[in-house]
Design a protein around this ligand. Structure first.
Ligand code: CMX
Length: 441
């Protein structure tokens, strides 16, 4: 058994035993109450799921296994001379809860290189799609097409014992993550660069090889990819891409089907597609205003016109966060450190000053601050990656790390089919009536 799998087996079996006795002794303990607003309001805040890999605090933001993003930048191994953390290290941390050594991270990089061969038919499936197919449609299609190689599906058909589900899920997860950069780069090159593909460079780490295959040159872009693929990886279990992956996986659909489900959720404009929408919105604003250096008053007027047209300001607001997203702040830190004198990044920073008070003034927006998607596009534009409709694919490649490591945990802990209760509005009315009657008696 490989060293990561061995550690995961030990940790997960120990926790499984702990949960078993916890539920036996304290299974009826109340941990939450649900009010009608939550039933109709997208289940905001309802505690109903276990997600080991990360936890989100409304004010502090995301912590991966207890570590904030700045802490991870200090603690996770880097390439020699590099300053940004390697996502391979974050994957190790999410999977077993320990900061890995540089040797352990190197082992993950080597494993993913070894497992990175994409089946030929996946390229054929992609090539059969019209070239202007949205990159997220291509990503989802490519992931499902690789399901033909699912270890879980094969072993399940052969009669696998349920105590081995985690093992097969781990194998699929490692294979799928290993192949994603090649698939995602293939989508990029076929869509925007006339199908001129770039062969992988197996001497590079996972992110740098992805940057290389995309064809965006320069060490700084490689550093950006390492950071980008780290900070987008996980945001606890209730966000739409994580929850969708979790729900699909709970039916014992394998890692491929589950991740495709998650990616389809990520493709919505209220979730991951917002990174495309932000930069589109910014460029539309600049074109409308006829300047690349808008004043704060000009931005203010444009924000108000967007709101008056009944649209949201993309990149702002969040279902959980109540402070500027630490992932936004981290990207701002990156831009301050690596990039100087960029007009487009300047616009993002001006928006950060102008937009929150306007949203606050509406009186209904619970979080007026920027989220992760408010900054990423401008940095990509700076490095020459100007194909906005591709941006959510980058988010997706990163998100796979979190949701698939969590899927390994779900299978290891033996979590059951997810099946919450729904009600009709008629049921709600009758329930309220009954409550009134009993209160009056
Ligand atoms: N611009 C304008 N109005 C906004 C807004 C924004 N950025 N954010 C929230 N609102 C509005 C909501 O549309 C809602 O209006 P109605 O009552 O008229 O329907 C009201 O404020 C209350 O919403 P909320 O409780 O503050 O926010 P939700 O939890 O319902 O939604 C989110 C969260 C992210 C969908 C929302 O803030 C939004 O639409 N933001 C813009 C899209 C975006 O950036 N999404 C990316 C999020 C991060 C990610 O997943 O990648």
């Amino acid at each position: 058994m490989d060293p990561l799998k061995q550690k995961f087996a030990e940790k997960s079996q120990a926790l499984k035993a702990q949960i078993k006795s916890l539920l036996k002794e304290r299974g009826d303990t109340k941990v939450d109450e649900v009010v009608l607003r939550q039933v109709f309001g997208g289940m905001r805040g309802v505690k109903s799921m276990v997600w080991e890999t990360s936890q989100l605090d409304p004010n502090d933001g995301i912590r991966f296994r207890g570590y904030s993003i700045p802490e991870l930048r200090d603690l996770l191994p880097k390439v020699p001379g590099g300053k940004e953390p390697l996502p391979e290290g974050l994957f190790w941390l999410m999977l077993i809860g320990e900061i890995p050594t540089p040797e352990q991270v190197k082992w993950v990089t080597d494993q993913w290189t070894r497992r990175s061969i994409v089946p030929e038919h996946t390229f054929k499936v992609l090539d059969s799609l019209p070239v202007d197919t949205h990159p997220m449609t291509q990503l989802s299609t490519a992931i499902v097409s690789m399901q033909t190689g699912s270890v879980f599906a094969r072993r399940y058909a052969e009669g696998m014992n349920k105590s081995e589900y985690w093992d097969a899920t781990y194998e699929d997860t490692m294979n799928l993550i290993a192949r994603l950069p090649r698939v995602a780069a293939y989508i990029y090159r076929r869509t925007y660069h006339g199908g001129k593909h770039i062969a992988p460079d197996i001497s590079l780490d996972w992110s740098a090889n992805f940057a290389h295959m995309l064809g965006v040159e320069g060490e700084d872009f490689k550093s950006l990819m390492r950071l980008y693929l780290t900070i987008h990886a996980d945001h606890e279990g209730g966000n739409a891409s994580a929850h969708a992956t979790h729900l699909v996986g709970s039916t014992l659909s394998d890692s491929y089907f589950s991740l495709a489900g998650g990616m389809n959720a990520l493709a919505g404009p209220l979730h991951g597609l917002a990174n495309q929408e932000v930069i589109k919105w910014i460029f539309r604003m600049l074109d409308t205003l006829g300047t690349r250096r808008p004043t704060k008053d000009q931005i203010k007027d444009y924000v108000n016109s967007t709101l008056a047209a009944g649209k949201v300001i993309p990149g702002y607001g969040h279902a959980v966060l109540r402070q500027p997203d630490p992932r936004f702040i981290e990207q701002k830190r990156f831009a301050q450190e690596y990039i100087h004198g960029s007009e487009i990044i300047d616009v993002v920073w001006k928006c950060f000053e102008v937009i929150p008070p306007i949203l606050q003034g509406l009186g209904k927006v619970k979080n007026p601050w920027p989220n992760v998607d408010a900054h990423s596009g401008a940095i990509l534009v700076h490095y020459g990656m100007k194909e906005f409709s591709y941006y959510t694919v980058l988010f997706g490649v990163s998100r796979a790390l979190g949701v698939l490591s969590a899927l390994c945990w779900s299978r290891a802990l033996g979590f059951p089919l997810e099946r919450p209760k729904s009600v009709t509005t008629k049921w709600v009315m009758e329930y309220l009536e009954k409550q009134e009657v009993s209160a009056n008696n």
